[in-house]
Design a protein around this ligand. Structure first.
Ligand code: PXP
Length: 242
């Protein structure tokens, strides 16, 4: 059976635009509420160590005002763990974080950091926060997620988004295989990064996937057609592909 595919809208770049002028407009909470009206099933926000877009007070405001689940993206650090445990979002997605990167450039090396991740997964799960590990679509990384007892993995679609032709088709197969492997082992597979109106449908057609997290393209497209229209069109393309 193919489940409905949820859409998580990442609002980080509404905060990027706000921060460019140091004021309070555009407000990421208002953007999150607009995305929800247009069919988003959840909101994703990445509180980075350098606070370059989302800030601590945004997380507080989002947890207070949202009626749909919040997925907090975070690095596996003590500081972020403490913030997650304080705000108790519905979900937390553990991502690798390097200060100098422009965005999350590769998946987490779950296979190489068992001890650190085990502690973070246990603490978050113990607080009823649904933990997801952002990993490359690689069977070694899925195997690590199984060992770590992560309930969810988010498969990095960044490589897929940047490739074309046969290389893209091969990467799509890797994502589908990783999603199937996760699902067979009781892990809920999600996917995201670099998805657009043009490349979302082959990903949305992968039957085991349960959620896509999409940000930069939707916020950029909102400049031309408005946020609600941009989210609604993505929602429609995903539904059409199932
Ligand atoms: N999923 C994760 C774990 C991410 O780190 C990001 C980027 O913040 C996204 C999804 C969304 O990627 P994009 O902004 O390219 O749609």
């Amino acid at each position: 059976m193919t489940h409905r595919l949820r859409l998580g809208v990442n609002i980080d770049h509404v905060a990027t635009i706000r921060n460019a002028r140091g004021g309070d407009h555009p407000d990421p909470v208002q953007a999150a509420l607009a995305a929800a009206r247009a069919g988003a099933d959840g909101i994703t926000a990445h509180l980075r160590e350098d606070r370059r877009h989302i800030r601590d007070e945004d997380i507080a405001a989002l947890t207070g005002e949202l009626r749909i689940p919040l997925n907090l993206e975070m690095a596996a650090t003590d500081e972020m763990l403490e913030i997650a445990l304080r705000h108790r979002p519905h979900a937390a997605c553990i991502v690798p974080e390097k200060r100098e990167e422009r965005t999350t450039e590769g998946g987490l090396d779950a296979a190489g950091q068992d001890d650190l991740l085990m502690r973070v997964v246990e603490r978050l799960s113990g607080a009823d926060i649904r933990v997801s590990l952002f990993i490359e679509p690689d069977p070694r990384q899925v195997a690590a997620a199984i060992r770590l007892k992560a309930p969810v993995v988010e498969l990095h679609t960044g490589r897929y988004a940047h490739l074309d032709g046969e290389a893209r088709a091969a990467e799509l197969r890797r994502i589908a295989d990783a999603a199937a492997l996760a699902a067979r082992n009781g892990i809920e597979p999600h996917a995201g990064h670099g998805l657009t109106f043009d490349n979302v449908q082959p990903i949305a057609a992968i039957p085991h996937l349960r959620e896509l997290n999409i940000g930069h393209f939707l916020i950029g497209e909102a400049i031309f057609c408005g946020l609600e229209a941009s989210v609604a069109r993505m929602r429609a393309l995903m539904d059409e592909a199932r």
